[in-house]
Design a protein around this ligand. Structure first.
Ligand SMILES: *Cc1c(COP(=O)(O)O)cnc(C)c1O
Length: 362
């Protein structure tokens, strides 16, 4: 089989190690995973009940237009149903954006890096020219980004809070980018961690950017809403962008269980509140512990913390695995002295710190 050279250059996405895999490989029983920014509380009870009820309907195709979920979310956000698109995870929407809007040979994709690595992987699959600029103090470097905008820039990805550093890009900086870019450049604001960062952002003004001609906001049910395994995310944009994306969207991309579960998740405001509160408390606990251990970390607006290790991070990573603790290696991002840990439950955070101390011999 002949395969295009540009595809052979892709390194497939490597997610956090699944719990069962580590149990299988090392014969461990007690394993905690703080590697993929999942909600450590699990899904809401209302979601679980809903999933059980919808199970009898899985012989049916889902509603390809996700009618009830669209109505529900539109009301929740205060936007029109015509401003929403759902994807099989917001990952899928990123792919749809490339498919719909980066269709010219010379198109360039622009963002700061390290950031969400899917922008790169999907861009490479579409054989796009990708411009990755370094972060500055672990955050998007807006001045440099703006300097690199040109007539070929087709998509700009702004990930705020930025995965894996947890830093925010503020409204003013986003506006600077929008003002510099042409109307044919799509500005993607990826707010996968929106619910955690909300109190620290101009969230109303930021949401209003969806009305612009060339902006889409991406959010997901995978993180704070605790539905990562069901794969459902959404985009908010003007009607023309949504219509264009619908032209290239597979017909039944969001499954029937995910649609029902997302409605239930939106209804359970208590669970969301508790999730955000658990994250706040866990963050403070981990900050204190990192301070005590004299470990550098980047203050986060999300549910994960990037921290540095005094010895080779891959050794710390491997030794934590042997102790039944899965965190995220930052090697693929070129951060060889850093690890990323997801904020867990208090119990998980304590185990993580205890095992980290053991591995670091402190
Ligand atoms: C987790 C994450 C997503 C994707 O989430 P889905 O599960 O595909 O909805 C998108 N962007 C960033 C920055 C993420 O961290």
């Amino acid at each position: 089989m002949k395969v295009a050279d540009y595809l052979l250059k892709i390194t497939p996405y490597e997610g956090g190690k699944p719990i069962e895999e580590l149990q299988r490989e090392l014969g461990l029983v007690d394993v905690i995973k703080l590697a993929s920014n999942e909600n450590p509380l699990g899904p809401s009870k209302k979601v679980i009940e809903t999933i059980c009820k919808i199970a009898v309907n899985v012989n049916l195709y889902p509603d390809g237009n996700a009618y009830y979920l669209t109505q529900k979310l539109a009301k929740h956000l205060g936007v029109s149903d015509k401003n929403l698109i759902f994807g099989n995870g917001s990952d899928e929407i990123i792919e749809l954006l490339y498919k719909a809007f980066a269709t010219n040979q010379n198109d360039e994709i622009l963002y700061c890096y390290p950031t969400f690595i899917e922008y790169r992987i999907i861009g490479m699959a579409f054989n796009k020219k990708i411009i990755e600029l370094p972060l500055k103090d672990f955050a998007y470097d807006i001045d440099n980004l703006i300097e690199h905008i040109n007539e070929n820039t087709r998509i700009i990805f702004i990930n705020t809070p930025n995965n894996p550093t947890g830093t925010l890009t503020g409204l003013d900086d986003i506006l600077k980018i929008i003002n510099k870019a042409s109307k044919d450049t799509l500005i993607v604001i990826d707010e996968a961690y929106y619910e955690y960062a909300k109190p620290s952002t101009h969230y109303k003004e930021l949401l209003d950017l969806y009305k612009k001609e060339n902006v889409i906001i991406l959010r997901t049910f995978s993180k704070a809403y605790a539905l990562a395994g069901l794969r459902i995310g959404y985009g908010i944009a003007n009607e023309f962008i949504i219509q264009t994306l619908n032209r290239v969207r597979p017909p039944f991309n969001v499954n029937i269980v995910a649609q029902a579960a997302a409605i239930a998740a939106l209804d359970d405001k208590e669970h969301l509140k508790k999730s955000i509160q658990t994250n706040e408390e866990g963050k403070q606990f981990l900050y204190e512990q990192f301070n005590k251990l004299n470990l550098f970390y980047v203050p986060t607006f999300a549910n994960f913390i990037l921290f540095s290790t005094p010895i080779d991070a891959s050794i710390v990573y491997e030794n934590l695995l042997k102790e039944g603790v899965i965190v995220r290696s930052m090697k693929p991002y070129g951060y060889n002295n850093f690890l990323r840990v997801t904020v867990g439950t208090q119990k998980e955070n304590e185990i993580f710190i205890q095992k980290l101390k053991k591995v670091l011999h402190v």
